[in-house]
Design a protein around this ligand. Structure first.
Ligand SMILES: Nc1ncnc2c1ncn2[C@@H]1O[C@H](COP(=O)(O)OP(=O)(O)OP(=O)(O)O)[C@@H](O)[C@H]1O
Length: 247
């Protein structure tokens, strides 16, 4: 099956800086692919390019077989930005129902999306009165309510407690098992182990595109944070990055 996302030789300049330096990678359908890297490494910029809202300098981004940003992709791609994009003066339920209508879905789907992010008890609460972590989950519910084929989630678990984080990751894997493709960014390396595949970026360059197990095998260490350190050092030493083969 074709990949959900194909990025080829992507270069992006923001301001006067080159923030993505010729990135090529793929996101296979029906997987949870993690986009990992330190703050400022270019994760959000890459996600914006996949959503089609980022001006690119050169290269191509193909999403579900179409150029990124194509009008017909709007309903097929869900995007959770880092800043919650929900209406503060509506309740959680009203927000979810509003976004559900935009995607041709009903109340039942909206209520399910709210429950899926652990907000059933707060469904009647105004978003403006929620905690930061709750607000970001309300935003997540709105990104998922249309049941998009490709879901791009920019740091969806920041500020969530460990139980909720585990629940959210379980939900992501359920969605992937049902055929949805998820690209999920995080700068927390312990989340890398929860992904089917990993894209590791640093300073605008891709230094790994592989499964967690393949990254471990290529570097000879079990701990993914240590594995990434080795990849970074190997990369800085100018050697060929390890672990580029598909498992
Ligand atoms: N609007 C902008 N104009 C100029 N430079 C920008 C702009 N937005 C981001 N950048 C720069 O682009 C680089 C990549 O930023 P990006 O937001 O993609 O990183 P990130 O990996 O998502 O970081 P974080 O984990 O902190 O969200 C950073 O050096 C950042 O300062």
């Amino acid at each position: 099956m074709e990949d959900a996302v194909v990025v080829r030789d992507l270069v992006v300049d923001r301001g006067r800086r080159r923030v993505l330096q010729s990135i090529s990678c793929t996101v296979p359908r029906g997987t949870v692919t993690g986009l990992l890297g330190p703050s400022g490494s270019g994760k959000t910029t890459l996600m914006r390019a996949v959503v089609g809202v980022q001006t690119v300098t050169s290269g191509t981004v193909t999403v579900l077989g179409r150029p990124a940003g194509a009008a017909e992709l709007r309903r097929r791609v869900g995007y959770l930005t880092q800043a919650p994009s929900v209406y503060a003066d509506l309740t959680v339920r009203e927000n979810a129902r509003y976004f559900a209508v935009l995607h041709g879905r009903g109340h039942a789907e909206a209520d399910r999306a709210v429950a899926d992010v652990g907000l059933a008890d707060a469904a009647g609460q105004l978003v403006g009165t929620l905690s930061g972590g709750q607000r970001s989950r309300a935003s997540l519910a709105c990104a998922l309510v249309g049941d998009p084929e490709l879901v791009i989630l920019d740091e969806p678990t920041v500020g969530q407690d460990p139980v909720l984080r585990a629940d959210l990751w379980a939900r992501f894997h359920e969605m992937a098992a049902a055929g949805t493709t998820l690209l999920v960014s995080s700068h927390v390396m312990d989340e890398a182990a929860r992904c089917d595949r990993l894209l590791l970026v640093r300073e605008g360059r891709l230094i790994a595109d592989d499964t967690p197990d393949a990254v471990r095998a290529a570097t000879g260490v079990d701990d993914l944070e240590q594995a990434f350190l080795r990849l970074i050092r190997a990369n800085e030493a100018g050697r060929e990055p390890a672990g580029r083969e598909r498992a």
